[in-house]
Write a new protein. Structure first.
Length: 232
């Protein structure tokens, strides 16, 4: 798929597009606010210009004591109802110029692998990975040939029209420096292209992996804030 055929406008609000479109079956919605099922993913889709009613709906979806997220918020928070927990610089790259590459040494991971995948994520902290996150797309892993231990993985998270997000890229400390992340990203990109889509990804502004992504041909599309709020 060439860049000319792609509609990059959907990347401007990827959470809303995914939740209201290809992944609506994994979503909960109240008014103009949507979020994934609580055991699938943590992200919320919302208008940039949020109203008082939107914040009421956001609190209803999140529930008291739980956290919610706002991407690229353009209007003030209400004076009460939410407590700020953290703010990240969320960086987005498009990967339609990346060279995909299948890799026969990688294996497709299944629901039976989720406990081991979760342990690897908890050790390496690439971002949220919940019990049903694997339902969002294809996940590939590299297992140590001698022991079968899962040493690295990556997969697909958000699905937009024409695009699939590469996510959960992580490598066990024992296996770093062996090029596994590059191989996994290229292989997930291949699975994405084979399905007729183009890859994109998110990371944080301070992630050293940005250098790898840029060398692979990913190009920067946006850098916005991602706020984590606790519902009072």
């Amino acid at each position: 798929m060439s860049a000319v055929e792609l509609d990059a406008r959907v990347l401007d609000d990827p959470f809303t597009v995914a939740l209201r479109g290809p992944q609506a079956g994994l979503a909960r919605t109240v008014g103009r606010i949507s979020t994934f099922l609580s055991d699938v993913s943590v992200f919320y889709g919302h208008p940039r210009e949020t109203t008082a009613q939107d914040y009421t709906d956001l609190a209803e979806l999140g529930g008291p004591g739980n956290t919610v997220s706002l991407r690229d918020r353009r209007t003030p928070l209400p004076e009460s109802g939410f407590t700020s927990v953290a703010t990240f610089d969320l960086v987005q790259y498009r990967g339609d110029a990346v060279t995909p590459a299948a890799d026969p040494e990688l294996v497709e991971l299944t629901v039976d692998d989720v406990p081991e995948m979760t342990s690897l994520v908890e050790l390496t902290e690439p971002g949220p990975f919940l019990p049903r996150t694997i339902e969002m797309g294809t996940y590939l892993g590299y297992r140590e040939p001698s022991t079968g231990r899962l040493l690295a993985m990556a997969g697909q998270r958000l699905h937009l029209p024409g695009w699939r997000e590469i996510s959960a890229v992580c490598t066990h400390p024992d296996a770093r420096g062996r090029g596994l992340a590059r191989r996994l990203v290229a292989a997930v990109a291949q699975a994405t292209v084979d399905a007729g889509d183009a890859p994109f990804l998110h990371t944080t502004a301070d992630n050293p992996a940005r250098g790898l992504y840029e060398k692979m041909g990913f190009t920067l599309t946006s850098e916005v804030s991602l706020e984590i709020l606790r519902v009072e």
